[in-house]
Design a binder for this molecule. Structure first.
Ligand code: BG6
Length: 479
């Protein structure tokens, strides 16, 4: 058998795209609750006020809040060992910085964790997955303010204490390196005080972005240190996008450009989270981009004391790099890059590259030598619900199958891989476009872009296939 006996098979979700019930039982608004729906051609918008008669997809999403028992029963039927989810900060602290937590919010997650325990499924909890309290955006310009670190730590202590007997695996910030790209300012950092407009057209300020990122890095390190000090059974991981990228040609300039992009996107923040200090190449990067990070005396010590226990990442696609300005650009998950003529792409233009996953796993493990987990992977596609309730998503099976094959090759290469949780295993709202039409699930949810749908769940063909894969611990990938 190639994979470990206790390999953590499961699926991944995030509260802002899945939970719904955005203002129910005392929950406050997060930044996503201020984002409208969009599509591949019409960008989603963020609005200061919640506008009337406009669809905000997070408000109902696919309603995990009222379907958690049903969904967890499906997870159990699939044989999940782990269930990746996130906690909505605003369900616990509606404004982010409230004095007392919202008891109803604390109870909801306790009920979810207990339900998972009933089936021996381990929760893997992302503490912050694009769910910044909107009140903190308006009051502090999000993570730009250093004061948000203490506010966040109060939230972390509250959930650590409340769930210490129910949760062992935690992740700090989802795709922390999304904010290496300008769009991360909205999705993750919340440094958009007063801004209404298209999410991807927000005017970028790298100085603000990297200062805010420094604060997130400190908060992430403090979270790890807190766990090590007070909750000895916890394991706290970091979470990055891994953007596999190849030189477009063997021209030395293209190779150097690829190295530069790799350092910037894949390693800069992960190096801080895993090694405990900013890498040597960051100095020149900051200087050349006019970034001057304000640090306090003990910051170095804080980063050093909070090194992640394990490394996790999302992987969807790859791209190429070149200095040739005329080369064709590729679409992607926050990531720029150039089209690779050897690869096909999804309907959203994300280039499909299973080998790039094997490459990623080896690169990461060679560098850090700590356990790794793939906590997001999958194909966003149009699915069709047939009249008999079936969904024939052979394209998704094909995608997942080849990525699992690649992951097994990486394990044979020597990578210490803990687990695999494909993204949005129950259909959720798309993060980049805010639409329902872009589905990743192996479970279909009857919910559509005009807000209609009865939220009923249906098993896709990939559901039955993945169940077999888990039962055989990844040995049987046949369709
Ligand atoms: C990652 C995020 O960027 O990719 C998820 O962590 C997101 O929140 C996923 O949903 C897929 O992206 P998208 O834009 O297709 O939903």
């Amino acid at each position: 058998m190639i994979l470990k006996k206790d390999f953590l098979w499961g699926g991944a979700t995030a509260a802002n795209q899945y939970e719904g019930a955005w203002n129910v039982d005392g929950k406050g608004a997060s930044i996503q609750d201020h984002c409208t729906s969009g599509s591949n051609t019409v960008p989603k918008r963020v609005t200061v006020e919640i506008e009337k008669d406009i669809l905000y997809p997070s408000h109902e999403a696919t309603d995990f809040y009222h379907h958690y028992k049903e969904d967890i029963a499906l997870a159990a039927d699939l044989g999940f060992k782990v269930f990746r989810m996130s906690i909505n900060w605003t369900r616990i602290f509606p404004n982010g910085d409230d004095k007392e937590p919202n008891e109803a919010g604390l109870k909801f997650y306790k009920d979810v964790f207990k339900e998972l325990k009933k089936y021996n499924i381990e929760p893997l909890v992302t503490i912050s997955h694009y769910e910044m309290p909107y009140a903190l955006v308006e009051k502090y310009n999000g993570w730009y303010s250093r004061g948000v670190i203490d506010i966040f730590m109060n939230y972390v202590e509250t959930i650590f204490d409340s769930y210490k007997d129910l949760v062992k695996y935690w992740l700090t910030f989802n795709e922390i390196n999304s904010a290496i790209m300008p769009a991360g300012a909205i999705m993750s950092l919340g440094t958009i005080k007063g801004y209404s407009g298209p999410v991807f057209e927000f005017e970028d300020n790298p100085q603000v972005r990297f200062q805010a990122l420094h604060h997130q890095l400190l908060a992430s390190a403090k979270t790890v240190a807190l766990a090590h000090e007070k909750y000895k059974n916890f394991k706290v991981g970091c979470m990055n996008i891994f953007a596999t990228t190849y030189p477009y040609t063997c021209k030395p300039e293209d190779v150097l450009q690829t190295q530069y992009e790799n350092r910037k996107m894949n390693w800069l923040l992960a190096d801080v989270q895993v090694r405990g200090y900013y890498p040597s190449y960051s100095k020149r990067f900051f200087e050349e981009n006019g970034i001057k990070i304000r640090k306090q005396e003990d910051d170095e010590q804080i980063l050093k004391a909070g090194k992640a226990d394990f490394y996790t990442f999302s992987y969807y696609m790859s791209s190429c790099q070149t200095t040739n300005k005329d080369a064709l650009k590729a679409e992607g998950n926050f990531i720029g890059g150039i089209k690779n003529p050897y690869l096909k792409a999804s309907d959203w233009g994300w280039q499909i590259d299973p080998e790039g996953l094997r490459y990623a796993l080896n690169e990461i493990y060679d560098r850090y030598q700590i356990p790794i987990m793939i906590v997001e992977n999958g194909l966003g596609a149009f699915d069709k619900l047939e009249v008999d309730g079936s969904i024939h998503d052979y394209y998704r099976i094909d995608y997942l199958k080849h990525h699992i094959e690649a992951m097994k090759e990486a394990v044979k290469d020597g990578v210490d891989l803990m687990g695999y949780t494909p993204w949005g295993w129950v259909d959720v709202v798309s993060a980049s476009t805010g639409e329902m039409a872009k589905r990743y699930g192996i479970v279909y949810v009857d919910k559509y872009d005009d807000g209609t749908g009865d939220l009923s769940r249906h098993k896709k063909d990939s559901y039955y296939w993945y169940k077999k894969v888990i039962a055989s611990n990844g040995e049987d990938l046949s369709e």
